[in-house]
Each structure stands twice: as C-alpha cells, then as structure tokens.
Design a protein. Structure first.
Length: 158
C-alpha cells in the first residue's frame, strides 16, 4: 500500500457495507502450533502451551464438571447451581452485575432497595441454575410437572 492509497482505504473502511453484499461469517479453526513453535520460545511457545496444554486441561475440567453433575440428583444439581450463581456472578461478572442492578432499578422504580436486592439475588440463583441444569435437562424434560411456566398469556398473545 502506498501513501496515496491510505485515504481511499480509510474512507472505504468507514462506510457501512451494503447488507446485500455482506457474506456470512464462517468459523475457521486456527492452525495448531507445531512443536517448532514450542522450541522457538517467546509468544510462539505460549501459543503452543495454550493450544495443546492449557485449553485441553480446561476442556477436560469442564467435561468432568458436566458429567459429574449428570450423576447428581436433579434437585442437588439445581441447588448447587443456585449457590454457584450467588458465588460466581458478583465476583467474576462485575459488569453484568452492574447492568442487572441498573436494569432492575429502571424496570421496578416502585420497589424498595431491599426488594430490588432480593430480586437481584433471585436472578443470580436463576442464572446459576440455568447453567448447571443443562447437565440434567433430559431428566427434567421427562418430568413436565416439575416445570413452571410464568405468564403464558404473553406467549399466547405473540
């Protein structure tokens, strides 16, 4: 690229693409770093360790957690998720915490601060349950009497 091409390129980049001309995004797997990257050191070694070791260890731990929760009774798994949501959301998802509290305050201005806090805590529990109950969703689906649908009229009206 020459200096004369730079203004034309920046003007083209700032214009919004025509929706009809945009193409679908397609996932392409990154190339796996080879052993030569490990021997090279620096960023290449870090990429090798992350790809072949760190990511695989975390994937293994996630799978172990998922299949471990599949062994739990449904109620134990659900209660574990509620506690996990109360523990993890305020500590590791601070932006989401602020957004949830602000949303509750805007949607429910008539509530007292204590009522809003109680609603936020219930939301944290529900988020945690949502994540852990994926492990037992097949068992939950076989027992529809355990499911509760709130405000079905909204679905029927839509």
């Amino acid at each position: 690229m020459t200096e004369q091409d730079a203004p034309a390129r920046s003007a083209a980049a700032s214009a919004k693409p025509d929706i009809a001309k945009r193409k679908a995004w397609r996932f392409s797997r990154p190339d796996a770093p080879g052993f030569a990257d490990f021997m090279a050191g620096g960023k290449a070694r870090k990429a090798f360790v992350k790809y072949w070791l760190t990511d695989n260890v975390w994937n293994g731990l996630h799978l172990a957690g998922h299949y471990g929760m599949k062994l739990m009774p449904m109620d134990v798994c659900s209660n574990f998720g509620a506690r996990l949501g109360l523990f993890a959301l305020p500590r590791y998802h601070k932006v989401a915490q602020k957004r949830a509290r602000a949303t509750i305050a805007r949607l429910c201005p008539q509530m007292s601060e204590a009522e809003r806090e109680a609603l936020y805590i219930e939301n944290c529990k529900a988020q945690g349950r949502l994540m852990t109950e994926f492990s037992v969703v097949n068992r939950i689906a076989r027992q529809p009497e355990r499911m509760v649908l709130h405000n079905p009229e909204y679905i029927q009206d839509a």
